[in-house]
Design a protein around this ligand. Structure first.
Ligand code: PNS
Length: 163
């Protein structure tokens, strides 16, 4: 059985993330989408529990996807889950250096897990959770950026907030 982990912050999940989830789920028997619990990130838009809820909602029709959170090292979570693959999406060359460093670090810590990169679909090349937050903060249209199930939740979160 091929089991993969797709880790990230998902604050919030974007259409770019969902595209990678759908494509990775086709290549694997089980895909675990893993939300990082990062105690250093105090200014997240959504709590980890909320992000898990959003991910469950937008992946409810994909049978072989599970949503979990993890803390600490990704490879320790991969070991615990008996996963052989870590999936990461790649948008542009600018992503590459960081992602390559992360993949090599993970491989040096635990060579049994391979990182596999999936290139983003062109329509999501520009998209990131930070872009979504910036556009939503100033009242821009995020309709093409996030799954429709969470669009209003993201907009609501910015109402009454300082810009
Ligand atoms: O969506 P993001 O924020 O780019 O995801 C980054 C993530 C969660 C994949 C990365 O920060 C991570 O794996 N953190 C866990 C700590 C770890 O294992 N670090 C060693 C690899 S550099």
């Amino acid at each position: 059985m091929i089991k993969a982990i797709y880790p990230g912050s998902f604050d919030p999940v974007t259409n770019g993330h969902l595209d990678i989830i759908k494509r990775a789920a086709k290549l694997t028997d089980k895909l675990v989408v893993a939300v990082l619990e990062n105690p250093n990130k105090k200014n997240s838009l959504f709590t980890v529990e909320e992000r898990i809820e959003h991910l469950k909602l937008v992946t409810k029709d994909i049978e072989n996807v599970e949503i979990h959170s993890f803390s600490g090292l990704l490879i320790d979570f991969a070991k615990k889950e008996n996963a052989q693959i870590v999936i990461r999406g790649l948008r542009a060359v600018t992503d590459f250096e960081n992602e390559f460093q992360m993949a090599l670090t993970n491989r040096s810590l635990y060579p049994a897990v391979e990182t596999m990169f999936i290139p983003t679909s062109v329509e999501y090349l520009y998209l990131s959770s930070s872009t979504v937050k910036e556009v939503a903060m100033f009242g821009g249209d995020i309709g093409t950026m996030v799954p429709c199930e969470i669009k209003d939740t993201v907009i609501e979160r910015f109402k009454g907030r300082d810009k």
